[in-house]
Design a protein around this ligand. Structure first.
Ligand SMILES: Nc1ncnc2c1ncn2[C@@H]1O[C@H](COP(=O)(O)OP(=O)(O)OP(=O)(O)O)[C@@H](O)[C@H]1O
Length: 300
């Protein structure tokens, strides 16, 4: 399976929500899709699942146009905040509908998940709490035999215990049958152990795209005497993402890999975690430094 997105754009009333997004989503990889509010994450997922019509660009699944193509869309499943027609359905009825449309359903996994989350399968969807409604839809998502699963803020409304439980089931279902999964969330630390690859959107464009196990090489926080740290970062053309002055000392977050053996005396380097990196990259400091690096043609 290969899902290729090329120059995908979407404007709403002339305002771009997606601006020439190009990405390749590979078989059996779990992606995290991150970015600030309004960055374009939901629009991107809705476009892949054919829920909105793009203004330009293309999406192909194994080489065939994925848009307006029922055979391709049967292989793609989106969970997002909209699905109002479900209110009068029982969960079992909803699962049967999904089984008919997607050509299969893992009833054993659904039964185990319903029991673990303590949800009655004959309950009407509309009678469930907000969190339980989302869980019901996530159960359906893990039980249909699709190749591409798009989960737009899947844990919104779930308490911490249920969030952890859901990610455990997701990994179990994935281990049983690997598939491509894209998860967008603002609680990034919670899925750092779940995802393999991160995609960061900013103002409708792909801002960064990297393997999660390499995040420590993308940025570091340098601490030490201000003049020494600033000279070190400038000498290596490292774009500055964030600066905190502490008297004569400075804490400088820079993009790029720091070699500990190469650090001047008195300077320490701390690699950033995934959430720290995403937050600092998409902060206004980051935008300024990215602009600076683009102007000077620096690849980081
Ligand atoms: N139906 C719509 N009509 C008009 N503008 C829209 C519509 N849907 C999205 N937008 C706009 O498109 C941009 C991207 O929105 P989108 O919901 O994709 O962002 P997001 O990254 O998912 O944000 P969040 O993290 O807040 O959910 C925003 O400026 C939003 O206001």
């Amino acid at each position: 399976m290969s899902l290729v997105i090329t120059n995908l754009s979407k404007t709403f009333d002339g305002v771009p929500a997606l601006d020439r997004v190009s990405l390749v989503l590979n078989d059996g990889v779990i992606y995290g899709l991150f970015g600030r509010n309004g960055a374009g994450k939901s629009t991107l997922m809705a476009a892949i699942a054919n829920r909105i019509v793009p203004s330009g660009g293309s999406i192909t699944l194994d080489g065939a146009n994925a848009l307006d193509n029922e055979r391709a869309q049967e292989r793609i499943y989106l969970v997002n905040e909209t699905l109002p027609f479900l209110m009068a359905h029982s969960l079992n009825g909803f699962f049967r509908d999904e089984e008919r449309f997607y050509g299969g359903f893992d009833w054993a996994l659904a039964a185990r998940m319903l029991a673990a989350f303590d949800i009655d399968p004959v309950a009407k969807y509309g009678s469930l709490s907000l969190g339980s409604r989302m869980i019901a839809r996530l159960i359906a998502a893990l039980c249909v035999p699709v190749d591409v699963l798009l989960l737009d803020e899947p844990v919104l409304g779930l308490d911490a215990v249920n969030r952890e439980l859901f990610y455990r089931f997701l990994l179990e279902a994935y281990a049983e049958r690997p598939r491509t999964i894209v998860i967008s969330t603002h609680i990034i630390d919670e899925i750092a152990h779940v995802i393999e690859h991160a995609i960061i959107l900013e103002e409708g464009q792909v801002f960064d795209d990297f393997a999660v196990d390499r995040v420590a090489r993308r940025a570091a926080e340098l601490t030490g005497p201000a003049d020494v740290v600033e000279e070190y970062a400038a000498g290596r053309w490292m774009p500055v993402m964030q600066r905190h002055s502490l008297g004569a000392m400075v804490e400088l977050t820079v993009r790029g890999e720091v070699d500990a053996a190469d650090l001047p005396e008195g300077v320490t380097a701390r690699p950033l975690g995934l959430q720290e990196y995403c937050v600092r990259l998409t902060s206004s400091y980051a935008q300024a430094s990215a602009e600076w690096s683009r102007r000077d043609g620096i690849e980081v």
